[in-house]
Design a protein around this ligand. Sequence first.
Ligand SMILES: *Cc1c(COP(=O)(O)O)cnc(C)c1O
Length: 385
Amino acid sequence: MKGIFPVDRFAAMDTPFYYYDTDLLRDTLRAINAEVGRHDGFVMHYAIKANANPKVLNVICQAGLGADCVSGGEIRASLQSGFSPRKIVYAGVGKSDWEIDLGLEKGIFCFNVESVAELEVINERARLLGKTAPVAFRINPDVGAHTHSNITTGLAENKFGIAMRDMVSTIELALQMSNIRFIGLHFHIGSQILNMGDFAALCNRINDLQRQLELLRIKVEHINVGGGLGVDYEHPNRVPLPDFKSYFDTFSRHLQLRPGQQLHFELGRAVVAQCGSLITRCLYVKEGAVKRFAIVDAGMSDLIRPALYQAYHKIENISSEAPTETYDVVGPICESSDVFGKSVDLNATHRGDFIAIRSAGAYGEIMASVYNCRPLPRGYIKEDF
Ligand SMILES: *Cc1c(COP(=O)(O)O)cnc(C)c1O
C-alpha cells in the first residue's frame, strides 16, 4: 500500500507535514452523498473542527455539504472556503457576543443553543441588530457512547446541552421571544462511535422527546443528530471508508421523522480521518537499555491524539521494504507522552526514511500547537505534488 504516497516527490520536502489523499476524500464524499440521497430529508454538514485546512474545506464544500461550526473563527473559515451561510450551523457552550453577531450578520442557518442564558443573549443581540435568530436547542439526551471518556458528550454529567427536563420550558420561553425563531432540536453524543446501538439509543430518546412536544403542539422543523461516526484506525488500507450505509440506515430505521421534517448530520472524523497522514522523517534510531527507538521529526505538537486520548494510529515506514523490526516511535518533544506508538513493527528503519502516521486527517493538523517553539506543520493535498 506504499503506492498511495508519492514518496519520490516527498524527497524535496521539509518534514513533518500532513498529506491529504484527495482521491480518497472525494470517494468518501461520494459515498456519503450517495447514502444521504437514498433518504428523504437527510442533510449533511461537515464538522469544521475536525480539519479546517482550506484545501480540504474546498473539496468538501464542492461536494455540497453544509458546515457545522463551533466558533466564530470556524464560521469565517467556512465562508472563506465557499460554504453558503444558509448551510452553516453553529454550536458551542460558550458563544461570545462577537461570535453571535457574526452569525447573525452573515445570516447563518441555525444557532444550536445550549443554555437559557445563551438564548437570552442571542435574543438581545438579534434585537440590537434588527434580526431574528433561528435557534435549535441542543438537548443532552443522557445517552452513553462506547468510546473514550474524553470524547463522550451526551451524558447527563457532561457540560453540553440543555437537560431533558428543561426542554419544554426552554422552548416555551423561546416561543415568547421577539427575536428568536425556534426551528429544531440538536444532539451530539460523542465521537469515534462504531456501535450502531449507541445511535439507535439516541433515536429512541429523540422519539420520546418528539412525542412530548407533539402533545403540546410544538412544531419541530429540524432534527440534528450531530456527528460521531468512527473510523477504522487499525486498518486504514483495508477499510478506508466508514460504514456509512449502516450509519444512515440506523437513523432511517429507528428515528420517527414527522412529515416534512429534515434530519441533519454533522460528521467530522468520518469525512476526513482516513485521507490524511502525517509524514515525518526518521532522525535517529537509538538502542535504549530495553527498547529500540525510532526518533522522528514530528512530535505531539503536530499530532496530539496519541498523547491526549491514548489514540492508536497505524505507523508505516514508506521508504523501506526491509524485514520488520520493533520500535517505539517517538518525537523530539520534551514530554514522556510524546510517543506515537509503542512496540511498532516497521520495515527496518534508518535515518532519513519517511514514516507515515496514518488516519491523521481528523483532529490532527487543526490541533497542532507551537509547543517547544516548533513551527506548525504544513498541509498538502495530492494535487500539490
Ligand atoms: C465535534 C462535533 C461534531 C463532529 O464529531 P465527529 O466525531 O468528528 O463526527 C459534530 N457536532 C458537534 C456539535 C461537535 O461538537
